[in-house]
Ligand binder design. Structure first.
Ligand code: NAI
Ligand code: MG
Length: 358
């Protein structure tokens, strides 16, 4: 049988991105060997603050054509505020990938693992297990607007929200499809139609229109305020949650926060049509406060690499990595953010070892 080959750009970025990426590559090596997958890895040293300091920009001018042919981008974290302001490093790299590669889905799994203390009282593994789907290209995050009469008593500011039928329908459809593939077949649609009285009733209407194709799915529309409260009070209500850009941004930080450390949370920025490469990255940043000590938790990065394999069609490899993560979180070794004293490398090695075992 011929092996499947995927081209992956490996972009560690800054800080602990450079420490957790080698662990993800170690685990990928174990998974691809076991499941007979071939990855053609291209290490990329740009999209980092070191590159910026040497070249005055975050990426070479031809970054897009250099990455266009890749199947996926595996990304660590970007940012080193001591030398490069965050808006320059982030807008000069990660946000360009998301926008110019039309990665309109931001997908974040939220799950409470055995062995990880839960900040919510009385919750056990299984109680929290859902997916947040955030619209990643329009909505509340636009550059349409401006300030008039700046600095005077008459100063006014306007910033528009923009929703398109094209943009809303494609993220809603993705969420319905995701719910369809899951056991519970339940979709929560985040709204605020009682307060944002034009665009949000319209958004709800698009959810109804798209949902007409998915009669097996139960749909629950919830206003964003009470929905946020329920993430904390009744997390068991959720299976797949779909939200506009701003609402999804907030929910996708709140959700993972309820399951313990940020060192576990993965994310996928997807262009489902594969017209462009999709990007897989941990939710956390470059953590300058712990960089250089080999103590960062590598799980968020490793889980992101597993999501990449799943997106590429290697579901078995994804499942094997997830199972290994589950075992290590339960039995150790654990990094400090999980109450242990293992190094980044030790945790990565333990996960890789389990993945190797058929
Ligand atoms: P951060 O996520 O880097 O760190 C927040 C806190 O969580 C720190 O105390 C850190 O030590 C801890 N932490 C993060 N990841 C961890 C891990 N894997 N294991 C153990 N502890 C972990 O967020 P912060 O400090 O606000 O930002 C630092 C830099 O990262 C900034 O330049 C920021 O712009 C950038 N950033 C980049 C992101 C990205 O590349 N997607 C996302 C968030 C921040
Ligand atoms: Mg955010």
């Amino acid at each position: 049988m011929t092996k499947k080959t995927f081209k992956i750009a490996v972009i560690p970025g800054d800080g602990i991105g450079k420490e957790v990426m080698p662990q993800a590559l170690r685990v990928l090596e174990a998974a691809t060997t076991r499941f007979d997958i071939e990855l053609e890895l291209s290490p990329i040293e740009w999209a980092s603050c070191d590159y910026y300091l040497a070249h005055g920009q975050m990426m070479p001018d031809d970054w897009k054509s250099r990455l266009q042919g890749q199947d996926a981008l595996l990304f660590g974290a970007v940012g080193w505020p001591a030398t490069v302001p965050d808006h320059i490093s982030l807008w000069g790299s990660l946000l360009k990938f998301r926008r110019e590669f039309d990665q309109y889905i931001n997908l974040r799994p939220v799950r409470l693992f055995e062995g990880v203390p839960c900040p919510l009282a009385g919750r056990k593994p299984g109680d929290i297990d859902y997916l947040v789907v955030r619209e990643n290209t329009e909505g509340e995050y636009t550059n349409l607007g401006g300030v008039m009469y700046a600095g005077t008593e008459r100063e006014i500011v306007i910033q528009e929200s923009v929703y398109s039928r094209f943009g809303a329908d494609r993220v809603l459809r993705f969420a319905f499809e995701l719910a369809q593939a899951r056991e519970r077949k339940h979709l929560t649609v985040a709204t605020k139609s009682n307060g944002i009285a034009i665009s949000m009733p319209w958004w709800d209407g698009r959810a109804d229109a798209v949902g007409a194709d998915y009669p097996a799915i139960t749909v629950d529309k919830q206003h964003i305020d009470i929905l946020s409260a329920r993430f904390v009070l009744q997390p068991g209500r959720f299976d797949v949650v779909v939200a506009s850009n701003l609402f999804g941004d907030i929910l996708s930080d709140l959700g993972p926060a309820t399951t313990g450390t940020i060192g576990l949370a993965p994310s996928a920025n997807l262009n489902p049509e594969r017209s462009f490469p999709s990007l897989f990255e941990p939710v956390h940043g470059s953590a300058p406060d712990i960089y250089g000590r080999n103590i960062a938790n590598p799980v968020a990065m490793i889980w992101s690499a597993a999501l990449m394999l799943q997106f590429l069609g290697a579901a078995e490899a994804h499942d094997a990595i997830l199972a290994a993560i589950e075992t290590v979180l339960r039995e150790g070794p654990r990094t400090r953010d999980l109450g242990g004293d293992a190094s980044t490398t030790e945790m990565g090695e333990a996960i890789a070892r389990l993945v190797s075992q058929a």
